[in-house]
Design a protein around this ligand. Structure first.
Ligand SMILES: [Zn+2]
Length: 279
């Protein structure tokens, strides 16, 4: 039965990658996945909880490479958010998860946002101050431009995130190396400026997917978009491209929204379909 993912860790060559669990969400699968059908969910029942609800984890990652400590997304924050008719999301554990790594917030050198949905930028500030005061904060220009100045409840909070980042933000480009072995790859569709990260060391690679995928069910149902995908066709095209990358035997995946035990995995192909294999 799926539950919220807890802290998890993986080594990619000399790079250590830790999932920073914050909390999770519980939603109606038929609303969250508008491309799905009740018959299909009967087939994928193991991805739903005992009440037939879709369970999603919320959190970010810490990438430790050389002397750099890179936080990828900052969870939703110490709060619960209800979306009537859809479900709820809640957080609160992000800094406790970071503490298990032995890394203090002041030691974080970089914060990079895959995108600016509220569950990816919530811990940008703590009690009015930047949570990671010595870090540079990075996001794609197209993502910042899309949300900046707005107050969409699904986006970055106007004060706690947008105002806090003004003057404290750098933009990153497709293909840019932001730390040793950590490269940006633009993966638009979920949001206009969505990005993923390629972590590589030695012969190993890890794709930190961001919200290009939300559930292991998308291995066998790659055409399913989540309701939050802003450009459905582009989201499907990006996901197809990433699935091809993930079929490479040297490539692992990291998925912040997958349920407990599935955060890190690899794509396996068999019997005409794909599987998310636990690493
Ligand atoms: Zn998102």
């Amino acid at each position: 039965m799926p539950t919220f993912a807890g802290p998890d860790r993986i080594a990619v060559g000399d790079v250590r990658v830790t999932f920073l669990a914050d909390g999770g969400g519980v939603t109606d699968p038929h609303v969250a996945w508008p491309d799905s059908t009740p018959e299909a969910w009967d087939h994928h029942r193991r991805h739903l909880d005992e009440n037939g609800k879709f369970v999603t984890s919320v959190g970010g990652f810490l990438v430790e490479t050389g002397d750099r400590k890179v936080v990828v997304d900052t969870g939703i924050g110490d709060m619960r958010v209800d979306f009537p008719g859809v479900g709820y999301f809640e957080g609160g554990r992000f800094l406790d998860s970071l503490a298990t790594t032995g890394v203090a917030p002041e030691e974080v050198t970089d914060v990079v946002y895959t995108h600016l949905h509220l569950d990816h930028c919530g811990w940008t500030t703590t009690e009015g101050s930047l949570t990671f005061p010595n870090a540079r904060h990075l996001v794609a220009a197209g993502e910042w431009d899309h949300w900046h100045g707005g107050d969409d409840p699904a986006g970055p909070d106007p004060v706690r995130v947008q105002q806090a980042l003004e003057g404290n933000l750098d933009h990153v480009s497709d293909g840019e190396t932001i730390a040793p072995g950590v490269d940006v790859v633009f993966t638009p569709g979920h949001t206009p400026g969505h990005l993923s990260l390629v972590v590589s060391s030695g012969v190993s690679r890890l794709l930190i997917l961001g919200d290009a995928m939300h559930c292991a069910v998308q291995m066998s149902e790659p055409q399913w978009n989540i309701a939050f995908d802003m450009d459905p066709d582009m989201a499907r095209a990006t996901r197809a491209r990433l699935l091809q990358e993930l079929e490479r035997p040297d490539t692992l995946g990291a998925a912040c929204h997958f349920a407990s035990g599935l955060t890190f995995g690899r794509v396996l192909v068999g019997e005409g379909t794909r599987y998310w294999g636990i690493n």
